[in-house]
Design a binder for this molecule. Structure first.
Ligand code: M1P
Length: 249
């Protein structure tokens, strides 16, 4: 058993699973049977609890992982219990929130894409998720939008426009997935979850993420001095880097 008290904290999409896919049984069993006996394990994702639990094999993740932090940790579970949640409406106030949402819908009504579907604004506890194509698109439409966006910068252009239109309302915009971007108050990125780990007695917190470049939604936590950051390229790479880490303990 390692002498130090270590926490391995994982991003979900692209790190433990292929984007929007389910974790492989091999990686799941490796985390539970090999990593967990040696380290505490935790999840932090941009998605809401429902999506994270679908990707990670069901609601029981709150018992399989010591800590689960959906929505960047704006909701917190520790040893199977919810211990807190933040709300974006409390932070922004209804007037500003509605002005912002109305503007987003107006903006989206002016752009034409190869296909458009439904659910353009998803309201979550601690963030808004905005999708120009609409979250109800199919997997093929999702993959196609991602390629189209790489060429036409639909999300980046929209974010630049929102920053100009709302310079003073303290919001951060983050592209973490294929079809959408997240909007949340400044500082409510993945580093938000770290305050809930500060007094838990860990000697080291190792964070594993795939979007660690500037502008990616793992960037802020990856460079945070409270963690040792591991940049991974996919779930296989996460397993490889974990294997190496475990050898050093
Ligand atoms: O976890 C990364 C992102 O996953 C989803 O993005 P998309 O649907 O665009 O692929 C969303 O849940 C997003 O909030 C999250 O950051």
């Amino acid at each position: 058993m390692p002498q130090k008290k270590i926490l391995c904290l994982f991003d979900v999409d692209g790190t433990l699973t292929k984007p929007r896919n389910v974790i492989t049984p091999e990686l799941y069993l490796f985390l539970q049977n090999v990593v967990k006996p040696q380290c505490s394990i935790a999840l932090v994702g941009g998605s809401d609890f429902k999506k994270i639990s679908e990707q990670m094999g069901g609601d029981d993740i709150v018992h399989q992982f010591d800590y689960v932090f959906p929505e960047n940790g704006l909701i917190q579970y520790k040893f199977g219990e919810e211990i807190g949640r933040q709300s974006i409406q409390k932070f922004m106030g209804e007037d500003v929130l509605q002005t912002f949402i109305n503007y987003v819908l107006e903006y989206l009504s002016t752009i034409t894409l190869p296909v458009k579907r439904g659910t353009f604004v998803e309201f979550r506890s601690g963030m808004l998720n905005i999708s120009p194509i609409g979250r109800s698109c199919s997997q093929t439409e999702r993959d196609d939008f991602e390629k189209y966006d790489k060429i036409h910068n639909i999300r980046k252009t929209m974010i630049d426009n929102l920053v100009k239109e709302f310079p003073d309302i303290g919001l951060t915009y983050s592209i973490g997935g294929q079809i959408s971007f997240d909007v949340f108050p400044n500082g409510w990125d993945k580093t938000y979850c770290l305050q809930h780990l500060e007094n838990e007695g860990f000697d080291e917190i190792h964070f594993f993420g795939d979007k660690t470049d500037k502008g990616g939604n793992d960037y802020e936590i990856f460079i945070d001095r409270r963690v040792v950051g591991h940049m991974v390229i996919n779930p296989d790479d996460t397993k490889k880097q974990l294997d190496e880490l475990l050898k050093t303990l």
